[in-house]
Ligand binder design. Structure first.
Ligand SMILES: CC(C)(COP(=O)(O)OP(=O)(O)OC[C@H]1O[C@@H](n2cnc3c(N)ncnc32)[C@H](O)[C@@H]1OP(=O)(O)O)[C@@H](O)C(=O)NCCC(=O)NCCS
Length: 183
């Protein structure tokens, strides 16, 4: 048994049931997950890649992979969703604490296209908000293209106190109060 009283310790492992009855296993992503992340990225459509990275990205470079798996679980935490069949990655939500303001973090999320609209994005975000709050973060900032109405709807649904504002050059920034700040 873990001595860590948090809901999202390093050994966090949970299986959730999605709206279409598919199961997804959730766990924290770590430095050994470069292969998993590469395969997850490859299963995102061009459109979803563009929405996530704000650029037409054909591959993740070695630098991207290092940066995206450099998760210490404290200042950079990523929750991966895996298909229980074969263990393929189907989604990732992450936050990275802001150096200048440790009570804030930037967050991002992607769910592979064939798993979208089943509630997985909501499940990942709600857990990400809770994990951030456990680590003393009181607000998350998510950047999205102004055309990304799915993401805007998702953050609004996940936290009604979300505020959206124009943020050139990306489009829109959502500020989501988490933990006590969300009440
Ligand atoms: C945005 C994204 C994470 C949503 O994931 P998801 O698993 O489909 O989300 P959910 O199924 O939990 O949907 C939650 C709500 O978001 C909204 N939503 C999600 N996809 C939508 C779509 N294609 N059109 C309209 N609304 C949408 C809906 O309000 C939905 O609730 P509903 O299904 O009850 O109507 C996913 O579309 C994605 O990965 N997109 C590409 C990457 C990206 O845009 N990242 C954001 C930048 S950080």
């Amino acid at each position: 048994m873990s001595a860590d009283p948090r809901h999202y310790p390093p050994e966090y492992d949970e299986t959730v049931v999605l709206r279409d009855a598919r199961l997804a296993r959730l766990r924290l992503l770590g430095p050994d997950d470069k292969g998993l992340l590469t395969r997850t990225f490859e299963r995102l459509s061009e459109r979803s890649r563009y929405q996530r990275f704000f650029a037409a990205k054909a591959t993740l470079s070695a630098e991207d992979l290092s940066a995206l798996t450099d998760c210490d679980g404290e200042n950079h935490l990523a929750i991966a969703a895996l298909s229980p069949i074969g263990g393929d990655g189907v989604g990732v939500a992450r936050f990275i604490r802001t150096l200048a303001d440790p009570a804030a973090a930037e967050a991002a999320i992607a769910v592979i296209d064939s798993w979208q609209r089943c509630g997985l994005g909501t499940i990942l975000l709600v857990r990400l908000f809770a994990a951030a709050a456990e680590r003393g973060i009181d607000r998350l900032v998510l950047h999205m293209l102004s055309s990304n109405t799915s993401m805007a709807a998702l953050v609004r649904k996940s936290s009604p106190r979300t505020s959206l504002s124009p943020a050139p050059p990306f489009g829109v920034s959502a500020v989501v109060p988490v933990g006590r700040a969300s009440r």
